[in-house]
Design a binder for this molecule. Structure first.
Ligand SMILES: [Zn+2]
Ligand SMILES: [Zn+2]
Length: 307
């Protein structure tokens, strides 16, 4: 994977998981887009619940694009049951406007509908960037997660699930997937419905030459991004003995690998952190997080040691 920090282009801030009045969100699509743009976002994906109850909405956000703001078409797909019997939630960003609905009449699985792995594969084949949504909120099993072979990414921080359920995370299952050899990316999203303080809390910073749907989607698929709640990441390099992190001012930097391998460095207003990597030797992947004085975090994608 090309190093996201030295790749050409610049970072564009985006939210990949958002709802509107087309499903169970509170605000109309135009107002959702207006608010994200006003808050300094460069793009969003409006991803309403793609179920029959709402008429299988695939929001047309093209009218809300302008010179400074763009949108990716998308939806939150639902079909098939998890091991616990609940319905799958799968994020698909970059869907074609004519993506065929599954047989998913409401928020409960029905017999004969596509499985989660099947609808995820169909979305990926149609060109979408596919992510396993809110693993902790859904109480996903490892078998559930591994079954979505089409997944590009796992939602490791979901701000709506943080605010509404105190179940924000997907790191545990994502790290188990990494250690099992699955090269998934790590995304942070809002899953905003604007029904509670569930917006502007987690995003991706995507490196691309231009802020167009095509360039952003290609960069997402290539893993050219990092996830954040606030801190900026400016560089992560590995030398023989250290992971060197450059970032906005933070109070902690942590490098992690498989199993219990993790090394933290703490300090004041740190913008360059050298984290010894000997504890991480032998891990096929390394990832980094930083934490600022307000407790906000940013997270890299996994860096695969064999390239
Ligand atoms: Zn969901
Ligand atoms: Zn959602």
């Amino acid at each position: 994977m090309t190093d996201v920090f030295t790749a050409p282009g610049r970072f564009w801030r985006g939210n990949l998981h958002t709802h509107s009045t087309l499903s169970d969100g509170v605000l109309a699509p135009a107002e959702v887009c207006r608010r994200y743009k006003a808050e300094g976002y460069d793009f969003i994906a409006l991803t309403d619940h793609f179920i029959g109850l709402y008429g299988y909405p695939l929001a047309d956000t093209v009218p809300f694009r302008d010179a400074d703001f763009t949108t990716l078409l998308g939806a939150e797909l639902h079909s098939g049951a998890l091991e616990n019997g609940d319905l799958w939630h799968i994020l698909a960003v970059g869907l074609p406007a004519d993506f065929s609905p599954p047989n998913a009449p409401h928020f409960r699985p029905v017999t004969g509908q596509e499985s989660g792995p099947e609808i995820a594969a169909r979305a990926r084949a149609a060109g979408a960037y596919v992510a396993i949504a809110h693993p902790q909120w859904s109480a996903l099993s490892m078998a559930d997660a591994m079954s979505i072979e089409a997944a590009h990414a796992v939602e490791v921080y979901n701000h709506g699930c943080a605010m509404g359920a105190d179940r924000p995370e997907g790191f545990h299952i994502a790290e188990l997937m990494l250690t099992a050899g699955r090269r998934v990316h790590l995304i942070a999203t809002d899953d905003a419905h604007f029904s509670e303080p569930d917006h502007f809390g987690g995003w991706v910073m995507v490196k691309a030459a231009e802020n167009t749907p095509e360039a952003l989607l290609a960069a997402l698929k290539a893993g050219q991004f990092y996830a954040s709640q606030g801190p900026e990441l400016r560089g992560v390099t590995l030398d023989k003995r250290h992971v060197v992190v450059e970032c906005s001012a933070v109070v902690a930097g942590v490098a992690m690998g498989r199993g219990n391998a993790a090394v933290a460095r703490h300090g004041h207003s740190m913008t360059r952190i050298e984290i010894p990597r000997d504890r991480l030797d032998g891990s096929p992947w390394i990832r980094v997080s930083v934490i600022d004085a307000a407790g906000k975090r940013a997270w890299t994608n996994p860096i695969w040691i064999d390239g």
